[in-house]
Design a protein around this ligand. Structure first.
Ligand code: NI
Length: 189
């Protein structure tokens, strides 16, 4: 999508997350962005809102930044000259993404649904496995201690997708994780 604000948003998150490697980094944001655009292609939605919400979805994450009321996202959008109506739609979509805050709640807009799906997809498949062990390592967990996380969270995600497009993508990644867990059991014996 040729759009200066989107190009600027990519640069903004690249700088903001520079030096961060805790799973909510620039790589995560870009994967969520790409997932979101792939889903948006198949859904009736405002693709620009989806793109900007995906790119900004972690810029006020409380684990990383000490901001309130989406201050980072708001300042960026304001600096870019994004109008208040669009900015509010983007912020609303961003706020509907968090797993812990919205465990049982479906986002109210299709754009929020898409970005939430895109974020959850990044917890699945090969990436999901890599992120799980990377996170576990940082928190001093033994390899086998991470297996519970698949059963408690990751294997539940495929049934929580909002859009059919994401549900299909999730199914493939889910199967891959089941293969991984079977092979794990086989090798552990
Ligand atoms: Ni995220």
């Amino acid at each position: 999508m040729e759009d200066k604000v989107i190009t600027e948003a990519i640069e903004y998150v690249r700088n903001l997350f520079a030096g961060n490697s805790d799973g909510h980094d620039f790589g995560h944001t870009m994967r969520v962005y790409r997932n979101a655009m792939a889903i948006a292609e198949k859904e009736e939605c405002d693709r620009r809102i989806v793109a900007l919400a995906a790119l900004l979805h972690d810029v006020d994450d409380h684990k990383l930044f000490d901001t309130t009321d989406n201050a980072n996202a708001r300042v960026f959008l304001n600096d870019m000259g994004v109008g208040p109506v669009s900015a509010e739609r983007i912020i609303a979509a961003v706020n509907s993404v968090s797993f812990s805050k919205n465990r049982d709640k479906k986002p109210e807009t299709i754009e929020g649904c898409i970005v939430q799906d895109a974020d959850r997809l990044d917890a699945l498949g090969a990436i999901g496995i890599a992120r799980t062990f990377s996170y576990g390592g940082r928190h001093g967990r033994e390899l086998s201690e991470n297996i519970g996380h698949f059963h408690e969270k990751l294997l539940l995600l495929k049934d929580m997708m909002n859009t059919e497009t994401a549900a299909k993508l999730a199914e493939e990644r889910h199967e891959f994780m089941l293969d991984f867990l079977r092979e794990w059991e086989r090798e552990i014996g």
